[in-house]
Design a protein around this ligand. Structure first.
Ligand code: ZN
Length: 166
C-alpha cells in the first residue's frame, strides 16, 4: 500500500481500526511516519469532536415563540403600504424585478431625479412586556449557564467540580 491509498482509507481506520479490511493500512501506518502522524492528528481532532457537546437551546425559546405568534395573530392586519413594502423587502423572485425597475424609473421621472429617496426605513420593532420579560429571563439563564461552564472548566483539573445545577 502506498501513501495515497493509505490516506484514502484513513476514515475507515478512524471508524474501526481493528477491521480486517484495514490490515494493509495498519501495516503502512506502522512503517510510514508521515501517514502515522496524519492519522494521529485526525484521531485527535475526532476525539475532540466526541467530547464537544452541542449547547442547550434557551429554556424560554418555546414560550417566546408562542408569545410572538400570538401577538402576530392578534395584531391588526397590515395596511396596503405595509404589505407592498414587505413584498419589496423580502421578495427575491425574478418575476418581480421588472416591476421594481419600472417603479424606480417612475419615481425618478416624477421626482425629476433630484430627490429620489428610495431608502425603505424600517419601523422600530416594539416587543411587548411579555417578550421583554422572557428575554430578561433568557439572558439570566444564559449567564448562569456560562457561569456553570466556567466553574466546570475550573474544577475539571481535579475532578471535584459539583454537577451543574439545572
Ligand atoms: Zn505513507
Amino acid at each position: 500500500m502506498n501513501c495515497k491509498d493509505c490516506q484514502i482509507s484513513l476514515p475507515n481506520l478512524l471508524l474501526d481500526a481493528a477491521a480486517p479490511s484495514n490490515a494493509a493500512a495498519r501495516e503502512h501506518l506502522a512503517a510510514c511516519t508521515s501517514c502515522n502522524e496524519q492519522f494521529r492528528s485526525l484521531k485527535a481532532t475526532f476525539d475532540l469532536l466526541d467530547s464537544w457537546k452541542a449547547p442547550e437551546p434557551s429554556p424560554y425559546f418555546d414560550q417566546k415563540l408562542a408569545v410572538r405568534i400570538r401577538e402576530e395573530q392578534t395584531a391588526p392586519p397590515a395596511g396596503w403600504f405595509e404589505r407592498v413594502r414587505a413584498r419589496l423587502l423580502f421578495n427575491t423572485g425574478r418575476q418581480f424585478r421588472p416591476v421594481m425597475v419600472a417603479a424606480m424609473a417612475l419615481v425618478l421621472i416624477v421626482g425629476g431625479g433630484t430627490a429620489a429617496d428610495l431608502s425603505l426605513r424600517s419601523a422600530p420593532v416594539q416587543a411587548s412586556a411579555t417578550v421583554n420579560d422572557l428575554q430578561n429571563l433568557d439572558n439570566n439563564a444564559q449567564a448562569i449557564q456560562t457561569m456553570d461552564q466556567l466553574l466546570q472548566d475550573d474544577g475539571s483539573s481535579d475532578d471535584t467540580a459539583s454537577p451543574p445545577q439545572s
